[in-house]
Design a protein around this ligand. Sequence first.
Ligand code: ADP
Length: 364
Amino acid sequence: MPMLWPFNKTQSTVAEPKRSDPRLDGELIASFVRALPDPVLAVDRQGLVIAANELVRDVLEVDPGGQHLSAAIRAPAVLETVAAVLAGGAAALTDFELRFPLPRHFDVYVSPIALTRLEGPAALIVLKDLTREQQIERMRADFVANASHELRTPLASLSGFIETLLGAAKNDTVAREKFLNLMRSQAERMKRLIDDLLSLSRIELNQHLRPSGSVDLAQLARHVGDVMSGMAKAEACEIRFDLPAALMVTGDRDELVQVVQNLVENALKYAGGGKFVDIAGHSDGRDVELTVRDYGPGIAPEHIPRLTERFYRVSVQESRSRGGTGLGLAIVKHILSRHRGRLEIVSELHHGSAFTLHIPAQKS
Ligand code: ADP
């Protein structure tokens, strides 16, 4: 006897025979299937699809409604698991690989569901998309491998110098001086790398917290230009400004200093020979734009989309010789995304590069 609502006994009693109406079951299942957040479909005892949600249509790129399951999912493991469940088996798990249009991997949960006595057994099939999790896992593994490799290189040369100082160069004061200087530069490289890694992880931890300070990007850019003037001089390069009186954004000042400093430093490091680095800014009331432009060798188009990846460098040798870690633009990208902003890179070989940051303007 079903449990009845005390205030509406008659209606429930009248509704009782309807529960054996197969159409009612179909509607109920369809509405559950539609409400679920994963791709889900239901099949009857013959394997015909009696309900499928929008997400299934997105994944399979067909509407499987009314068709046999095998027309929609051509995976023997899934079909066998479903057949076993329809034959009275317990809920089971299998997996399913889609190759087109993009490779995707799903866990597939198949559970028996009870329809009316007339309809017999049915099964609910839930596809759990693992593609993103697997991508993240791969990225994490790559990151650990890259970071270890980057740290191991200076460490190996430090160990080599220590061996030499303990052995062959033990009593050679000239060689000792030279090796100690080389060791210092390797130790500094390791420190820069660790500082950048910590910086990146701190920014990632705060990624979801919107910054709340009030920052004048024009004033900040002039300040960074002044701080970098020594390095500019050493590169025989002049930093020029084309900035309005103020460019107000909501942000974290220290992080935005890091962004502009990274861009100006890169312009001087990789394009200092271009004689000028220009910092220009403006606001259209909605967005604030700040561009750091150089007149150096430029960047080939195939590299541009990858520059903000961790450890991606056009030339590892050149980056290393200039004290680079390959993390600067990854840090820039993360800081800007925390500020709901973005980085735009325009570059042409032999004609220099322009790195523009876009951040929503502060509402006055
Ligand atoms: P790095 O520590 O190597 O400077 P970044 O993430 O800051 O790392 O930059 C990644 C790569 O992008 C650099 O190694 C360099 O190859 C390229 N790059 C960045 N800025 C410029 C620029 N202004 N001109 C030419 N190449 C640049």
